[in-house]
Design a protein around this ligand. Structure first.
Ligand SMILES: Cc1cc2nc3c(=O)[nH]c(=O)nc-3n(C[C@H](O)[C@H](O)[C@H](O)COP(=O)(O)OP(=O)(O)OC[C@H]3O[C@@H](n4cnc5c(N)ncnc54)[C@H](O)[C@@H]3O)c2cc1C
Length: 389
């Protein structure tokens, strides 16, 4: 029978980052299992916005470390994540103003390069935007966006170069557990003997966890995004925007396109990840386009050229579930990223390597993200709600 030190289930950006970090720390027999192709899950549909404004200090520490890695990816990991450091602006509505002030202070104390700016200062950087109803503005110079595919492929490629084994189009179909300890993974291509399994299956993580007898609180939501072609009209916005006033986000998508999606506050639609409507609704396209044009009327002659759906794996407090589980020895969670798991993936890989005992500097306290927090009632609080966390 095939044997491995660790089997990771799921080759999205988080499984890939974990795989690379384990191989980088010297583990020789690591298998990365993927039922489809690399980045086939939530990762492949991600807006991949990389910003650092969050409410929980441990999450902020993780995203700070991740941004350091994105800035220096070639030297730290190797390869090109497609990171564009164009800056990030947060358009803040009045009803979250107090929480915003607290968050900004906390982030500055943790060393994040973030500041409140005036409308005039933003207009100097992006003169085309209409700032009606914007109460306050936060700006992060070092943030931006990346390519979810390039980032994931870079991690996987490095993992394979270090001797790791990627098994694509091979689904895990069960776990072997003896006396409360993981002993193997059953796959479509046969069993793999291992004492450590990492569940990085994103929207399917609940199913994988059920094989370990766990009922984990992850719901899957259906998300939509549109892509606008602006080639003959004007260049895309100069930076990434999280516009909580209009509950949308928008960012440049290369040199002539704009990606727009909807963020909290909004209605979330729970779905079955294997059976959901993959067609984007007409209402979504029309409404999102309208909201975007309110901010950037200059693009009224641009054209929506694509629209697609993707999935979030959402926990009750909109934060991931990371680390060992008390119930089964050798079973680790790395899922439930709740719509913001792209940007933290670089530090998630490092944290998970530490968590399974390979050493390294603890950038954040992984225990805050333990599965047991839901039973104990230690949910993480966020000022903004939903994926804005
Ligand atoms: C529309 C959209 C916009 C987003 N925008 C942002 C953003 O701007 N910034 C940000 O930080 N985050 C964003 N996110 C969230 C982020 O993309 C996700 O949190 C992150 O990509 C999740 O990565 P993952 O590796 O945990 O899971 P996934 O990418 O979902 O990967 C899980 C993988 O597991 C595989 N798998 C499942 N079951 C099995 C099995 N039994 N055997 C083998 N393989 C299996 C799946 O095929 C899949 O490839 C967005 C997500 C969406 C959908």
């Amino acid at each position: 029978m095939k044997t491995a030190d660790v089997v990771i289930i799921g080759a999205g950006v988080n499984g890939a980052s974990v795989a690379y970090n384990l191989a980088h720390k010297g583990l020789k027999k690591v298998v990365l299992l993927e039922k489809g192709l690399v980045a086939a899950g939530g990762t492949g549909r991600s807006a991949a916005i990389v910003r650092q404004h969050y409410s929980h200090p441990e999450l902020v520490k993780m995203v700070k470390r991740s941004v350091e890695i994105f800035h220096d990816f070639e030297d730290i990991v190797g390869g090109d994540p497609g990171f564009v450091k164009c800056g990030w602006a947060f358009l803040v509505p009045d009803y979250v103003s107090d929480g915003f002030s607290q968050n900004l202070k906390m982030q500055q104390n943790l060393g994040i390069e973030t500041q409140e700016i005036t409308k005039c200062e933003l207009l100097k950087m992006e003169p085309r935007i209409n700032l009606d109803n914007v109460h306050r503005i936060c700006y992060e110079k070092g943030s931006g966006y990346a390519s979810p595919h390039k980032t994931t492929y870079s991690y996987v490629q490095k993992f394979c170069q270090l001797g790791g084994e990627l098994m694509q189009t091979t689904a895990a179909v069960g776990l072997k557990i003896e006396n409360g300890q993981v002993t193997g993974v059953c796959t479509e291509e046969g069993d793999i003997s291992t004492e450590v399994v990492i569940n990085a299956a994103g929207p399917w993580a609940k199913v994988v966890a059920s094989w370990a007898g766990l009922d984990i609180p992850i719901q899957v939501t259906r998300e939509e995004e549109i892509i606008i072609e602006s080639a003959d009209v004007d260049k895309p916005p100069n930076m990434v925007f999280s516009d909580m006033v209009n509950a949308i986000y928008y960012r440049p998508d290369g040199l002539s396109r704009i990606l727009v999606g909807r963020g909290f506050p909004k209605e979330y639609e729970n779905v079955d990840p294997d059976h959901f409507n993959q067609l984007v609704g007409k209402a979504f396209i029309q409404e999102t386009w309208k909201l975007f044009l309110r901010r950037f009327p200059v693009f009224s002659r641009a054209i929506v050229i694509n629209a697609y759906t993707g999935l979030y794996d959402v926990t009750p407090d909109w934060n991931p579930i990371l680390g060992r589980v008390e119930e089964v020895q050798g079973f680790y969670m790395c899922a439930g990223f709740s719509g913001h798991g792209f940007k933290i993936a670089p530090s998630v890989g490092e944290l998970m390597a530490e968590e399974i005992g390979l050493g390294g500097e603890q950038v954040a306290n992984v225990n805050c993200f333990a599965l047991s927090r839901f039973k104990k009632g230690n949910l993480l609080e966020g000022v903004y709600g939903g994926n804005r966390a």
